[in-house]
Design a binder for this molecule. Structure first.
Ligand code: ATP
Ligand code: MG
Length: 436
């Protein structure tokens, strides 16, 4: 797990500000859920044979004997909160957004951490294709607002409980004949979690996956029409997408739509960002394994699985850390969001220092941005800081001034100085700033 140092905070602030602006407008309300939940919640949602449950989950045994887990993702907690707080009586769809740290015992590397941050959006209580399309549109829009224009959404449909069994059977038949070529993990997945075979990042497995049966060929009429309508919405909204028949998600709870925003990297796939025919592409494989920045889909079964009533839903999660890396790689100019100080308070000697505390506070109260460096003693070093900060005024408060109840006001550009009674200094600065 890593530290996020002060110099990186502006990226987080910027991303959260942009996403708030967008998601607020589209009617998403913020929800915060605990970072710790019962292990059982993730067992029931992510599924026993998911990567998350098999190797990534951090568990805690409490003194009372409860088995808890650091949340590996946000959706299960949001759904638990929806059920527990009786949110099913609210007007639907209930649109919720969240952000916060998630924890997975992943192999740490560039863009993959054990504590990472996700921002998510969930639309609960509506099965219409417009919801899926709106979510994808918002992912696209958010990346666009962040100046990241080199991502494409890859999209697929996994069908639902009526047509997926047929697909799973075809997949099993296909893989059984080729099991020799699979990696150790995939040999196990063959028995437990066959869909995940398509998602394996090992080169040999990816090769076998290329010719595997495709979900879209097995969709029943309803699922097919749902998928088709989403694509029509995206065409209308001019969101470029790539049909990716091998896209499955790491979590078991998805039904129908799944999608992932991946960088448009010609070295990993030679596709055009256009709807229409299915195209060759690796979902997360070959060099792209740390590159998905948003992932999501529809999860019509999850709420029921977690004890709620039958309620359709869809959502996505964005990996904030990966967005930060992308912004840095682009050398994006990110505002630090801090206002520029106008005044620097230079204090010399014990008496002045003591009085400085209240003086400094009076600038904050007056809404004037001031800085000081209370630990320093030399006037030269303090004026150097004032210069570096580019303040308009330095206030020099020495032993003599502290005794007299005055302070020296220095205009930094001209070096012109004037002695002012202490009780008038805030007003004097206000007056001079007004003239700016
Ligand atoms: P991956 O295939 O990269 O492991 P995933 O399928 O496990 O991703 P999701 O569970 O869908 O990822 O999470 C959504 C997003 O969260 C990902 O697209 C990614 O941007 C981010 N993410 C997931 N795991 C990590 C991690 N360990 N470190 C940083 N970001 C992560
Ligand atoms: Mg993962």
């Amino acid at each position: 797990m890593r530290d996020i140092l002060p110099e990186d905070q502006k990226y987080f602030r910027h991303i959260l500000k942009k996403s708030d602006q967008l998601l607020d407008y589209y009617g998403f309300e913020r929800i915060d859920t605990p970072m710790v939940e019962s292990v059982d919640l993730f067992l029931r949602s992510a599924g026993e044979t998911s990567d998350i449950m098999e190797k990534e989950i951090y568990t805690i045994k409490t003194k009372g004997g409860d088995a808890l887990a650091l949340r590996p993702e946000g959706t299960a907690g949001v759904v638990r909160a929806y059920i527990e707080n009786g949110m099913n009586v609210r007007p639907h769809p209930v649109k919720l957004s969240y952000w916060g740290p998630m924890f997975r015992h992943d192999q740490p590397q560039h863009g993959r951490y054990r504590q990472f941050y996700q921002l998510g959006a969930e639309t609960i209580g509506d099965s219409s294709e417009a919801v899926d399309a709106e979510l994808i549109f918002l992912g696209h829009k958010l990346l666009d607002m962040l100046g990241l224009d080199n991502y494409n959404v890859h999209i697929n449909s996994l069908g639902d409980s009526s047509c997926r069994p047929g697909y799973i059977k075809a997949l099993k038949d296909y893989y059984k004949l080729r099991s020799r070529k699979l990696c150790f993990n995939c040999k196990n997945r063959l028995k437990t979690n066959i869909l995940r075979l398509l998602d394996c990042k090992e080169a040999d497995c990816a090769e076998v996956a290329k010719e595997a049966p495709q979900t879209v060929d097995f969709l029943d009429d309803e699922c097919k029409s749902h998928f088709k309508h989403i694509l029509e919405f995206l065409d209308e909204a001019k969101v470029p997408y790539i049909l990716n028949p091998r896209l499955v998600r790491g979590l078991d709870y998805y039904t129908r739509t799944v999608f992932e925003f991946l960088p448009d990297d010609p070295s990993t796939h030679s596709t055009k960002p256009q709807g229409g025919e299915p195209v060759e592409s690796t979902s997360s494989g070959q060099g792209g394994s740390q590159s998905a920045v948003i992932a999501g889909g529809r999860y019509d079964k999850l709420i029921e699985m977690l004890g709620g009533s039958k309620t359709p839903a869809a959502g996505w999660a964005m990996g904030i850390d990966r967005i930060v890396l992308a912004l840095k790689e682009k050398n994006a100019n990110i505002p630090d969001g801090l206002s520029k100080p106008k005044v620097f308070l230079v204090q010399l000697g014990e008496g002045a220092k003591r009085k400085s505390i209240n003086l400094y506070e009076s600038f904050r109260k007056a809404g004037i941005e001031a800085k000081s460096s209370i630990g320093r003693d030399s006037i030269k070093s303090q004026l150097r800081i004032a210069n570096r900060l580019g303040v308009r005024f330095a206030l020099i408060f020495g032993q003599k001034e502290a005794l007299d109840g005055t302070i020296i006001l220095r205009e930094m550009d001209t070096g012109v100085q004037e002695t002012i009674p202490l009780e008038k200094i805030v007003d004097e600065i206000k007056k001079r700033l007004k003239k700016e």
